[in-house]
Design a protein around this ligand. Sequence first.
Ligand SMILES: Cc1cc2nc3c(=O)[nH]c(=O)nc-3n(C[C@H](O)[C@H](O)[C@H](O)COP(=O)(O)OP(=O)(O)OC[C@H]3O[C@@H](n4cnc5c(N)ncnc54)[C@H](O)[C@@H]3O)c2cc1C
Length: 427
Amino acid sequence: MTIVPNYKAIIIGAGSAGLFAAIRLAETAGKGILLLERGEKPCRKLLLTGSGQCNITHAGKIADFPARYGGGARHESAGRFLKPALYGFTNEDLLSWFRAQGVKFETEENGKVFPADRRASSILKVLQTEAERLGVRIETNRRVCGIERLPEGFLIRAEGLKAGVLENVEYHGAAVLIATGGASYPRTGSSGDGYALAALLGHHIVPPKAALAPVFVKDFALICLAGLSFRNAGLTIRRGNAKKLEMEGDLLITHEGLSGPLILDASRHIDVGDLLEIRFANAAIEEFRARLDAALKSNPHRLVRTVLADSGLTRSMAERFCDLACIGQEETAAAVPRAKRETLCRLACAHPFEVEKLGSMDAAMVTAGGIDLSEVNARTMESRLVPGLFFAGEVLDIDGDSGGYNLQAAFSTGALAARGMLFALAR
Ligand SMILES: Cc1cc2nc3c(=O)[nH]c(=O)nc-3n(C[C@H](O)[C@H](O)[C@H](O)COP(=O)(O)OP(=O)(O)OC[C@H]3O[C@@H](n4cnc5c(N)ncnc54)[C@H](O)[C@@H]3O)c2cc1C
């Protein structure tokens, strides 16, 4: 057993939240900050973000951010909990910090912000260079498996391989930050260890669940339309007889089912067995019905599929909907009975899909659930149960929408935890 001397602060997990917290802490506290990472390299998940291009944040007003987070089921809503972190280190602060390190950004029409060179690795390089410059000690291949509160600080137990031999190491730190991420995409290192560590110290864990995950539907009949995307499609989630939620957003049809921001963002609200109604057309069903009826009536000799396509659907979709409504591809408008017209309207404006299964943790971009927010001080990120223990990033019961909200939460909570730890060290 190797005993390593005292550190001012030990940060568990070198993801976006942990690495940034270490940098912010070292900016003021100087040396004596230890970052323990179970993988061979830091920030493996960051490198995958935005398909490797890193959608680092959103350009919207910071006041609009809190509504974009789920979580906080027990006592406190995630949006309310996150306000001090988001306002304390805003999207503009984040971009300014990276700009000061020479990174340029570009914003897409939908508000998503990316580094101008579209490389997540550029963001990681800046973080690593800063951490090194400030003297943050990063130990990789160190999986933390135990944490104990001592009269003074904490004892951290980690295991790792050194020259092929399993090694157990103990560390002492005055303050500890758990930034181990959630339980999704475990191949990047986030397999839920932080929950077990927090539970060892008495914290309650809201059961983890896949979020920002694809949704698989029963008897998916639109495989031939895979690749089609829709701006501002509509989604209604029904459970039993109740309408649970209505949302709008961009939708993508895949070979396996439904995806795109609308479905990913809604996935935290969806359960197996739910009925999803999708509006593909750019009008509510009443308006679409009136438009289609008028078009069919005034063009009795045109093909139904052509009239349908002219009503705001793509040609391939109009053809598929005719098949599903048992309308021949060569059938003309005059011949379509009311019941079939009604079927077309439903397929276009309230297309029903029954949810068969949800994307697993392996495919989910984010984890819903985690450290119960009611046990964490939102102004410092310090545990309300264990003084000197802090949390940041996805390990908390927070899950953001797609669009840059999750990385912003990781950086903002990391920055706030660093400030909280500085205060704790000065106590
Ligand atoms: C494919 C994909 C694409 C995404 N794209 C975007 C995007 O474009 N924009 C966006 O905002 N969000 C995106 N996200 C979400 C975003 O990446 C995460 O929310 C964010 O990385 C969370 O940061 P974190 O530091 O809390 O956790 P992580 O990045 O998961 O980091 C946690 C770290 O802790 C380490 N660790 C875990 N357990 C231990 C232990 N016991 N001991 C030591 N170390 C440990 C892990 O190895 C890991 O390095 C994406 C996620 C995925 C999976």
